[in-house]
Design a protein around this ligand. Structure first.
Ligand code: CMP
Length: 136
């Protein structure tokens, strides 16, 4: 069954000129882009997006970072889209967890600056797609 997931190229990915690289990998994998937008993130959206991390030690830094510059937000579609993009992204920690060949493994060095976000399950994807693209 086809599924949708939310992908973000975070401010580090945008400022480093890696948007094309990320989009290219999504397309080459066989996933389909159904929405794509460059936008600045308001604090309120960032808080809702990262609600599950509220109270954690890195939460305030995470909000400051994600609101620090434009992100590219995309909705990506395909069979098992959330898992497929998580595999393209690699583990959260670009050095300890992400394999070489993944986006984070190839381009990242720090857990905070890990370039991309992908919804972690089909259920999170549904919530995040509605949050970022309510009119889709
Ligand atoms: P993301 O997939 O966007 O989901 C939550 C984000 O929090 C994660 O990627 C990381 O960028 C960030 N994160 C997770 N753990 C840490 C940590 N220990 N220190 C700083 N940032 C973190």
């Amino acid at each position: 069954m086809t599924e949708r997931t939310l992908v973000l190229v975070k401010p580090d990915g945008v400022s480093r000129g890696l948007v094309g690289e990320v989009i290219s990998r999504i397309e080459r994998k066989g996933l389909k882009l159904v929405a794509l937008e460059l936008r600045n993130v308001e604090r309120d959206l960032a808080e809702q997006h990262y609600a599950e991390h509220a109270g954690k030690g890195f939460y305030e830094d995470l909000l400051s970072f994600i609101t620090s510059g434009p992100v590219v937000a995309a909705v990506v579609e395909g069979p098992r889209a959330a898992a497929a993009f998580r595999q393209l992204a690699g583990g959260t920690d670009p050095v300890e967890k992400a394999a070489t060949g993944s986006i984070r493994g190839d381009f990242g060095m720090e857990v905070q600056y890990n370039l991309v976000h992908g919804s972690d399950s089909p259920e999170s994807a549904e919530r995040e797609v509605k949050l970022w693209f309510p009119d889709l």
